[in-house]
Design a protein around this ligand. Structure first.
Ligand code: DGP
Length: 113
């Protein structure tokens, strides 16, 4: 998979406001926030998107969700938030490195645009 800006963030070559890091993932504030709290949780392993996950990634995918919930609690929005994986261009994906959006801090509309 072609390298993305997120690979550079993982290597520390581009600055990011990191809120969580462990051996498998990184969470940092989105540079174009769509809500008062907008954090991206990404795997360190290069995976393009949800469609590129396979059975061996099951624990990793679950880990991203649990980390997002932990970050929400840490940032004081644990009572209400939205988690979103955009997949593919029609799904709104613009960066081809798997990322889980954590959105919170305002009333979120439904359906999404
Ligand atoms: P998506 O559209 O689902 O692929 O979301 C990609 C998100 O990544 C988008 O909300 C903006 C964010 N983003 C893109 N480049 C950077 C960057 O260099 N730093 C940070 N922190 N976020 C970025």
């Amino acid at each position: 998979m072609p390298e993305t800006v997120f690979a550079k963030i993982i290597r520390g070559e581009i600055p990011a406001r990191i809120v969580h890091e462990d051996d498998r993932c990184l969470a940092f504030h989105d540079v174009q926030p769509q809500a008062p709290v907008h954090v991206l949780v990404i795997p360190k392993k290069p995976v393009e998107n949800v469609a590129a996950l396979d059975g061996a990634d099951e624990a990793l995918a679950g880990h991203l969700v649990l980390v997002a919930a932990e970050v929400a609690r840490k940032l004081g929005v644990g009572d209400g938030y939205r988690l979103v994986f955009n997949c593919g261009r029609d799904g709104g994906q613009s960066v081809d490195h798997l990322h889980l959006h954590l959105l919170a801090g305002r009333r979120l509309g439904w359906p999404p645009g």
